[in-house]
Design a protein around this ligand. Sequence first.
Ligand SMILES: Cc1cc2nc3c(=O)[nH]c(=O)nc-3n(C[C@H](O)[C@H](O)[C@H](O)COP(=O)(O)O)c2cc1C
Length: 168
Amino acid sequence: MSTDTNPQADLFRNAMARFTNGVTAVTTTENRLPFGLIATSVCSLSADPPTLLVCVNRSASAHDVIARSGVFAVNLLSAEQKDVAQRFAELKGSERFDLMRWTTGKSGAPILIDSVVALDCKVLAKHNGYSHTIFVGEIIATKVHADPAASCLLWHRRSFASTALEVR
Ligand SMILES: Cc1cc2nc3c(=O)[nH]c(=O)nc-3n(C[C@H](O)[C@H](O)[C@H](O)COP(=O)(O)O)c2cc1C
């Protein structure tokens, strides 16, 4: 059934929009070129070994690149990096990284310099997630922002927000 006419799918999307997630740029590489997507479906998995998972739509341009290269990095965006999400939405392929400050991680995946934390991963496992693939990554290197109080970019009710406000 088309999701456009499926009330259950709308209910699902509206329900999921109530969750608040950190916005990440999941980056990967092929032929030394950078690729990636904006993703919120990132979750920690195990501390030993250090692993996380990310759910990537099979239709996303970076999906097959991650599958082929076997590497990706999860860059948790700071509140000052909303422009990164905008560039990913406006541009395609490696152009998304033009004018962006990034370096190459241990895995070869791009590490965005100003991210709150960058987790460089090797793909340990891939699982079928229907429209998505669940990539399990072993974290082989971690880079944290110089400012330990750097605010994260959040996605809530289909809008950007930030962790800058403290709840008392
Ligand atoms: C805030 C936000 C969160 C997203 N989270 C995911 C996600 O977790 N997984 C995913 O596959 N796509 C996610 N997307 C969609 C992708 O970033 C991307 O737009 C889509 O896969 C198309 O990418 P392409 O133009 O490279 O093919 C998200 C988009 C936004 C704006």
